[in-house]
Design a protein around this ligand. Sequence first.
Ligand SMILES: C[S@@+](CC[C@H](N)C(=O)[O-])C[C@H]1O[C@@H](n2cnc3c(N)ncnc32)[C@H](O)[C@@H]1O
Length: 224
Amino acid sequence: MNIEAIEKAYRRQARYYDLYFGALFHRGRKAVIDRIGCRPGEKILEVGVGTGLSLPMYPDDVFVTGIDISPEMLERARRRRERDELDNVTELRLMDAEQMQFADDEFDKVVAMYVVPVVSNPKNLVDEMYRVCKPEGELFIVNHFQSQNPLVGRLEQLISPLSAMIGFRTNLCLDNFIQETDLDVIERSGVNMFGYWTMLQARNIKPPVIEELVSMPASAGYAG
Ligand SMILES: C[S@@+](CC[C@H](N)C(=O)[O-])C[C@H]1O[C@@H](n2cnc3c(N)ncnc32)[C@H](O)[C@@H]1O
């Protein structure tokens, strides 16, 4: 999936997105926001915010930034912010989540809902989510991974060549994803219909930078 294919898919889907995927994915969005346990004043980043279906669910006392690569999806999120007077949504920006224009360590929590199987390179996305998240922050991800049921998994593999057309990969393997991205998963649960989608909560453990290692007493060690 390249950026052009993604933009094209969501240009096409923007108008109908809420109708098809609003209720269907609602419980997963709610599960993530409940799980975040937002604390007053925290800065939350939602990557691939789409039409902003999750935005009204955040508490009033956190600061939410949303980004998306699709101008058509983002425009709908902006309209929702105006219509619902979501003053806690401080920014909605057109931006590639694989190359974010934010400084390091800007956000307390970074969220990706139904985005990982959509982006060109899921590892780049997670690396960027780590980078912009504070060292003690957390990442939250929800989406579908390839089914463990052999029959359903095979079917998902068969329809995977249609990914560019439908706008997401059907055959992303959860174990490979966790291994490749080094996600330090602390919670994993099934959400939405039949628990067919997976929510992941991960700690943002950053290795100490070289200067910190050099200044560390030898006895402290670093096992990372
Ligand atoms: C399946 S939709 C999910 C939208 C929303 N998070 C939700 O819960 O309904 C995937 C979204 O990710 C966006 N997206 C895909 N690749 C992206 C990228 N590299 N950077 C930012 N957004 C991206 C798409 O434009 C689309 O709006």
